[in-house]
Structure formats: C-alpha cells, structure tokens
Design a protein around this ligand. Structure first.
Ligand code: ADP
Ligand code: MG
Length: 322
C-alpha cells in the first residue's frame, strides 16, 4: 500500500508547487476565507497551509489521508459534472507517502483541535491540539524517502518560484479571500480581500491595470470577465497570461489560440499578450478531468468557445474604455 502510494504520489505531487496547489484547493473547497502559506527552502524543507474553513472531524482525520477517500463525490454522476476542484481523493494520501505529514484540524462542533501525523508510513492516533476553527497541513522534507525523485527537484529559488506562481494563480481567482505567503520567515505576499480588479492590481501591479481594458460579455451560456492589457504592457514572455475556467487556472490550445488571434492585429504576433480572464460556463460543457495534476481541460464545443473568446477580446481591445 505504501509503495503504491509512492508511485501514485509521484504522478500527483511531482514537486512542492503541486502539493501547494492541492492544499490550497482543498482549503477553497472547505470554504476558507483566509489561507496562509508558509514555505521553507522552496517548499522542500517545509510546506504548510493553514485555513479557516470547515475543518475535519476527529473521526475523519485518518480517512482524509487514505487513498481514494474523498468527501466530494457521492455518485458517478457527480463525476461528470464536478464543480468543486478536488474530487479524486488522492492528494493527501500521496503527500503522506512522500513527506512527513502532520494534519491538525478543528470543526465548529469541537471544543479543541485534533492532530495526526505520519511516521514511517504509519499514522498516529489523533491527539488533542490547540487549533482555531479550520485546518493546517504541514509537509516536511518532501521526498525524504524517495531520493530518486528528490534529485529531480530544481534549486530552491526555482521551486519557490513555482510555488509562488501557484499562489498567484489561486489568489487571482479568489479575490474575496485573504491570502498570505511567507518564505524562509520573510513575508512575500499579504493580500487582504479585494475586488477582482483590486486583486489583479495587487498581484500584477498598477501598470497592468492602467494599461488594460475591461472585458465583460455574456452569450450562449458563456461569460467572460477580466482584464486584457493593451500593447503598452505586452511582454516578451508569456508570464502574464492568466486564463481561468470556472475558477481553475487553465492553459490549453483552444483558448491560447483564440486569444493570440484576438491580439493579432495589435501585436502582430511579435510579443506576448498579457491578460487575466475568467471564463464561466456550465460544468457539463467542459471536462476538467483530463489529468489530475495538469492545467488542462477539454471543451465539449471548442468551436463555440474559440469564437466567443476571440470576438469578445478582439472587440474589447478595439474599443478601449481605459
Ligand atoms: P479530494 O480533495 O480530492 O477529496 P484530498 O486527498 O485532497 O482529496 O482530500 C481528502 C479529503 O480530506 C477531502 O475530501 C476533504 O474531506 C478532506 N480535506 C482535505 N483538506 C481539507 C481542508 N483544508 N479542510 C477540510 N477538509 C479537508
Ligand atoms: Mg483535494
């Protein structure tokens, strides 16, 4: 069972940033309004996420760490139309297989918190612990027991950069939630709740906001909102391209192509557009279940999506309201 977990773990948790993404998504699923991330040494030495969400009851702590244990799918039907982000029940089990994990939590019904820890593949009995309402999950020494995988990690600054990018994506897509990020004891981000535009400005800078036009259109069951930067802000790299589908960061061919085309007349393909865009559509029109650890989707009607994105962004750029 432990070996299976270690193999599966490598699929889902291939670096600290992947663990961070899963933990932050769990916190969102738990209804948190405040999420604090603490990293040491690029997340390799320590990765801790604390939230003020619904918590996990004492009796369910062990279950949460079991493979294929999820509280998020009741029937197979749900799987076709999942709207919450995590649904596979593999993330925590995978983390427990490749790091020293400790999980502390307290629900609204409990007078104090409970804590469990993994040691050599075994799980401790729940012990009372001081914890506010919500959950903290701590991973220490990622891949301490799988040296081959640990060797594949990049330098600490690079692993930190990946973690920070995950953090930015989650923070951009949830402006109403407060987030913080510390690395090696230093505060990197401290984000109070914002309006969507305020959060974009907080993360990408005022220059982005000033050089961007608002995008907002609703048609045929699709809604696109966000900001698209005019050429003044365009970049020589792709590092300011944020596209979210139903709240999830996505990088896929259909949307990339449509957005590149929308910018064709003003950037002439020479530089990369910059944007933060949110596409909302009924969950049954998109398959987010392509690969658990990847930012991929499959649209059921990609022609319609392509056309909607292309025209909406092209029109917004042609009639700047900035
Ligand atoms: P999944 O998110 O796919 O259900 P995970 O392995 O990520 O699987 O989590 C397993 C279960 O643990 C979740 O279904 C949820 O019930 C519980 N859980 C994990 N993280 C949290 C959290 N931060 N707050 C409350 N419950 C959590
Ligand atoms: Mg999850």
């Amino acid at each position: 069972e432990l070996l299976i977990n270690q193999i599966a773990a490598g699929e889902v948790i291939d670096r600290p940033a992947s663990a961070l993404k899963e933990l932050m998504e769990n916190s969102l699923d738990a209804g948190a309004t405040d999420i604090a991330v603490q990293l040491e040494s690029g997340g390799i030495k320590l990765l801790r996420v604390r939230d003020n969400g619904g918590g996990i009851a004492k009796d369910e702590l062990a279950l949460a760490l079991q493979r294929h244990a999820t509280s998020k799918i009741a029937t197979l039907d749900d799987l076709q139309c999942v709207s919450s982000m995590g649904f596979r029940g593999e993330a925590l089990a995978s983390m427990a297989a490749v790091a020293q994990l400790s999980l502390s939590s307290r629900t609204a019904q409990e007078a104090h918190g409970w804590k469990v820890e993994t040691m050599d593949g075994h799980l401790s009995e729940p012990a009372p612990a001081a914890h506010p309402h919500g959950t903290s999950i701590e991973l220490r020494e990622l891949y301490f027991n799988t040296p081959a995988r640990r060797k594949f990690l990049k330098s600490e600054p690079t692993e930190f950069a990946w973690c920070e990018e995950v953090f930015r994506r989650v923070a951009l897509s949830h402006p109403e939630i407060s987030f913080s990020l510390t690395h090696n004891g230093k505060t990197i981000w401290q984000l109070p709740p914002h309006t969507p535009a305020g959060r974009v400005a907080a993360i990408l800078g005022d220059e982005f906001g000033l050089a961007a036009v608002a995008v907002e259109r609703q048609a045929a069951g699709f809604t696109l909102t966000g900001l698209a930067a005019l050429p003044a802000y365009s970049r020589s790299s792709r590092d300011a391209q944020y596209f979210f589908v139903n709240g999830r960061f996505i990088r896929d061919k259909v949307s990339s192509h449509a957005l590149r085309q929308a910018y064709q007349d003003i950037l002439h393909g020479q530089r990369h557009p910059a944007f933060v865009l949110f596409l909302e559509l009924p969950p049954e029109r998109v398959d987010v279940n392509v690969h658990p650890a990847k930012s991929e989707v499959r649209f059921r009607d990609s022609q319609a999506i392509h056309s909607f994105l292309f025209h909406t962004v092209q029109d917004a750029l042609a009639a700047p309201n900035a």
